[in-house]
Design a protein around this ligand. Structure first.
Ligand code: NAD
Length: 309
């Protein structure tokens, strides 16, 4: 099959692109390199630098494409609170541009990578797709709004659509920006340096951490799975872990003497997050295979940035 991946040079995009070419698929990648690194891509991926809002470029890249994976986005929740206009322009505007270009060229299916963040605070866990979303950041709003655009434009123009609500994905190669870094690579970096690990709030908040290879398994399945048109599907580990336990696990695995500091004044986000995977199991034959401990071990071993001195 012929694929286009937007955001192909990013953490999830590059792993997906490399996985698909290893399976003998034809893959084009688009990324503006605002955070992505094209060096992460296998030589067989046809990479183009460009903006997801550039429709003429999309028209060219979409020729003869069977399935699009849409990942290009700004991805930081705290940054989205500071710059909501930018998050709207890239995440929502980019999605609409892509759907319009797909309509113009004629593409069969799009797999949109949404986020578990759209659920926000919910009374019950695990989180089911039919729960009413309660997004609590411009990032989450941009993902929920993009889900609606994808489904609506898809229905209007006969494009098959599926939105995967990926929970907290982690693994080797995850972007580690200086401000507001994602929790797992940040904790590992601090642990291997024997620095301080700062936990926001009391550390009792739970999250659903899914290892990269498991997330990619679900994404690959979504390109060809039957009867998923118009669906939103959770992709997580189905297990919830407190941030305190995560920090302890990372310290044990790295044999670290880092100091664990709790910052009660920092917002710790929603209390609990855990994905219900029934629909993913039914529609994508999805079953996470890698435990958190195993995934953390692989991340520590395979990511050069965490090489132990
Ligand atoms: P990432 O930042 O590594 O990847 C995003 C990529 O999009 C980057 O390579 C960036 O350069 C590119 N990009 C940004 N703006 C662009 C634009 N205007 N035009 C073209 N490319 C642009 O982040 P990631 O973790 O790989 O996330 C990929 C997708 O998965 C995002 O849509 C994100 O919202 C979604 N997601 C990620 C997670 C996670 O835990 N990593 C969880 C849920 C959803």
């Amino acid at each position: 099959m012929n694929f286009l991946i937007t955001g192909a040079a990013g953490f999830l995009g590059a792993a997906l692109a490399n996985n698909l070419v290893r399976d003998g698929q034809q893959v084009r990648g688009l990324d503006d390199l605002s955070t992505g690194d094209p060096q992460a891509l296998d030589k067989s991926v046809h990479f183009t630098r460009g903006d997801v809002n550039d429709r003429p470029k999309l028209w060219t890249l979409l020729q003869n494409v069977d399935c699009v994976y849409h990942l290009a986005a700004r991805v930081s929740v705290p940054e989205s609170i500071l710059y909501p206009r930018e998050y709207n322009a890239v995440n929502v505007g980019g999605t609409v541009s892509l759907m319009e270009a797909m309509r113009d060229v004629g593409v069969r299916r799009v797999v949109f990578i949404s986020s578990g963040a759209i659920y926000g605070k919910q009374a019950r866990q695990p989180l089911k797709e039919k729960n009413r979303p309660s997004p609590d950041s411009p990032y989450a709003v941009s993902k929920l709004s993009s889900e609606s655009y994808v489904r609506t434009i898809g229905e209007l123009w006969g494009i098959e659509t599926v939105s995967l609500r990926v929970f907290n994905a982690y693994g080797p190669g995850q972007n580690l920006p200086p401000s507001h870094p994602p929790v797992i690579p940040n904790f590992i970096r601090q642990a291997v340096r024997n620095g301080s690990i700062v936990v926001h709030g009391g550390g009792d908040q739970t999250r659903d951490y899914i290892y990269l290879d498991d997330a990619i398994q679900a994404m690959v399945a979504a390109a060809t799975a039957p009867s998923i048109d118009g669906q939103v599907i959770n992709v997580g580990s189905g297990t919830e872990t407190s941030v305190r336990d995560l920090a302890q696990m990372i310290m044990t695995l790295t044999d670290s003497s880092a100091e664990l500091i709790f910052n009660p004044r920092a917002s710790s986000g929603v209390d609990r997050m855990c994905a219900d995977l029934s629909l993913a199991c039914e529609k994508l034959d999805f079953e996470p295979k890698i435990s958190l401990e195993d995934g953390l071990q692989r991340t520590i071993q395979q990511d050069d940035r965490f090489a132990l001195p």
